[in-house]
Each structure stands twice: as C-alpha cells, then as structure tokens.
Design a protein around this ligand. Structure first.
Ligand SMILES: NC(=O)C1=CN([C@@H]2O[C@H](COP(=O)(O)OP(=O)(O)OC[C@H]3O[C@@H](n4cnc5c(N)ncnc54)[C@H](OP(=O)(O)O)[C@@H]3O)[C@@H](O)[C@H]2O)C=CC1
Ligand SMILES: O=C(O)[C@@H]1CCC=N1
Length: 298
C-alpha cells in the first residue's frame, strides 16, 4: 500500500496482518453512532469480509437505526458502554457536537489497548485525546459515503499516542478495504473534508444537473439519468487510469475545434463554474474548521 511519505505498509487480509511472524487478533469494531456513515462503512467492511458481523457492535439512540443494524446481522444496542466493553477499535460516528457527551459516558471503560478512531468532522485530535484516558491512541479519519461501494477516499491523521506500525495499519486495514487511503498532517483534514468528505454531494448535484440538462434538451428522464451517471463514472475511470495526465488535457481531448463541447465549456466559464466549485470546497473546509467553536445551531 502506498502512502504519501513514500513508506510502505504490510498487506492485510480479513483483519489479519500478513507477516511471517506477526499475527493480529481479528478486529472487533464498536461503532458509537449508527447513522449514515456507520452504515456506509459497515456495509463496505462486511461486503469485503474485513470483519465478521458477530465482531461488530453498534450503539445508537434511535431504535430505527438499531433495527437497520440488526438487519445487517451485527450486535446493536442503545448502550454505548456495551460497545466499548466489546471493541478493540472504537469508531466514533456521532454528530460532532455530540462527541463530548458520548465520550464522557464511556470514559472509565476505555483501555490503553483500544484504539479510538473518530470520523467526526472538525473535531481535533487534541479535543478527542482530552476526552479519553491518558495514553489511549486516537486517529482522526475523514472518509466519504462511497465506502458503501468500496470506492471511498479517506484521509487520516495520527494522534500523539498512535503509532505508524500498529494504529496506522489498523486504520489502513479498515478504510483501505473500502477504498483509497492517505495519511496527512491533521491541519489538512479541513481541506480534505471540503474535497472528498463532502465531495460526493457536489458530484451527485452535478449529475442531477447534467441529467436535467438532458431533459431540457429533450431526453426522457430515465435515459438522461443513466447517461449522466455513466458519463461521470466513465470520466472518473479515465482520470484514474491516466493519473499522469493533467485533467485539462483529458478535457481538451473532448473539445473539438469549433465543436459542441468548447461551446459548452465557454458557457460554464461564463457562469464561473470552476470558481463556484472552488468556493464550495472552501465553504466546506471553513465550516469544518469553525465547527470546533461554533456547533450546529440545530
Ligand atoms: N455523512 C457523511 O458523508 C460523512 C459524515 N462524517 C462524519 O460522521 C459523523 C456521523 O455522520 P452521519 O452518519 O452522516 O450522521 P447521522 O446523524 O446519520 O448519524 C449519527 C447517529 O448517531 C446517533 N446518536 C446521537 N447521539 C448518540 C449517542 N449518544 N450514542 C449513540 N448514537 C447517537 C444519531 O441519532 P439522532 O439522529 O437521533 O441524534 C444518529 O443516528 C459526523 O460526525 C460527520 O461529521 C464524516 C465523513 C462523511
Ligand atoms: O456534512 C457534513 O458535515 C459531513 C462531514 C463530511 C460530509 N458530511
């Protein structure tokens, strides 16, 4: 597995470190918060057989979410303390402003042998470390909903007690199984949230608009949607398979001189398409940064 610092990680298989000497216990993952992201990560992990459903515990305050979790075959409870008692990895997946009360409730049960992984936007490592007993390893991850289909983009930062050899490997095992992972300094996680954490929403909005454009130009809606989604999928595939090619070069290859595409590109530029997208990423990154001091008013 590749990481930005050029170092290598050992390959993993079904929660077991593949190394001649070192073996790891199967993962026991406990989710605090069983909402949309828990479900996306969990479905991805179960699908990839990274963890067995009997080794997963989920707590949530909403009975409807516990029902969904039971439907996945995992252990579901309204009591977060039961989750912490069972897990080797505690995955914090509640809304950011609920984090202090959720961690305070389980503080006395958290052991140094456990790893706390938080996916909560804008909640700094220092704040998380202050909410767990001294010495407990904490990692912040910013994943995205494509975990569900094994195509997530996740970035993570290690806390002061988390090690590359052990804790980064665990995070890579979990999030690497459901997509691409990169390690970044914590200060970049707000930017990551702006690009890939929130990014699927912009892409869905773009696909919706692309399909609407097709309908406006006369296509039946079902055909417009299929073509819009396939176009985004195919373009992403091309960009991934030609990673050394600049994205503008891929775009230029579609823009025939005097043709249809350059006319569309002109219309997009006239309406500040790129500046609008850049502004959206900045808005999300800034919201992520301000969430530490200004929780949601709702
Ligand atoms: N959605 C996304 O695409 C991404 C989200 N994230 C982060 O993941 C976290 C979860 O997001 P998401 O799954 O979308 O949010 P959800 O609101 O869907 O899930 C959070 C769940 O936690 C429940 N909850 C509230 N209090 C407790 C408690 N004390 N114990 C256990 N569960 C509780 C909530 O119930 P109720 O709603 O009834 O309060 C809800 O079901 C957030 O911090 C977010 O920043 C990160 C990356 C991407
Ligand atoms: O909208 C949010 O706050 C969360 C964090 C990243 C994606 N969804």
């Amino acid at each position: 597995m590749w990481r930005p610092d050029g170092s290598d990680l050992r390959p993993w298989k079904i929660g077991v470190l593949i190394s001649p000497k070192v073996k790891m216990e199967p993962l026991r993952i406990g989710f605090l918060g069983g909402g949309a992201m828990c479900e996306a990560i969990l479905r991805g992990l179960l699908d990839k057989k990274v963890v067995q459903s009997s080794d997963v515990w989920v707590s949530d305050v909403a009975e409807s979410r516990l029902e969904v979790m039971r439907g996945l075959g995992v252990n579901a409870t309204a009591n977060g303390r039961k989750v912490v008692e069972k897990a080797s990895v505690i995955l914090l997946a509640v809304k950011p402003d609920t984090v202090p009360e959720v961690l305070r409730d389980v503080h006395d049960l958290i052991k140094q042998s456990q790893l706390l992984v938080s996916i909560c936007a804008g909640v700094p490592l220092q704040a998380l470390e202050d909410l767990v007993p001294d010495g407990v390893a904490v990692v912040r991850v910013m994943p995205n909903t494509p975990c569900l289909v094994g195509a997530a983009g996740s970035a993570y930062a290690l806390g002061k007690n988390a090690s590359l050899a052990n804790h980064a490997n665990i995070v890579e095992a979990i999030f690497g199984a459901v997509g691409l992972t990169v390690r970044v300094p914590e200060k970049l996680l707000d930017a990551v949230t702006g690009v890939s954490g929130s990014g699927p929403a912009y892409v869905f909005m773009f696909m919706e608009a692309l399909a609407d454009g097709g309908v406006c130009a006369g296509l039946p809606r079902d055909i417009a949607k299929k073509l819009a989604v396939q176009t985004v999928y195919g373009s992403a595939k091309m960009a991934m398979e030609n990673e050394n090619m600049h994205l503008a070069e891929l775009r230029n290859r579609v823009e025939s001189p005097g043709g249809t595409t350059i006319a569309a590109s002109r219309a997009l530029e006239a309406n500040s398409f790129r500046a609008t997208v850049i502004g959206a990423v900045m808005a999300a990154a800034q919201r992520s940064a301000e969430m530490r001091t200004k929780p949601s008013p709702f």
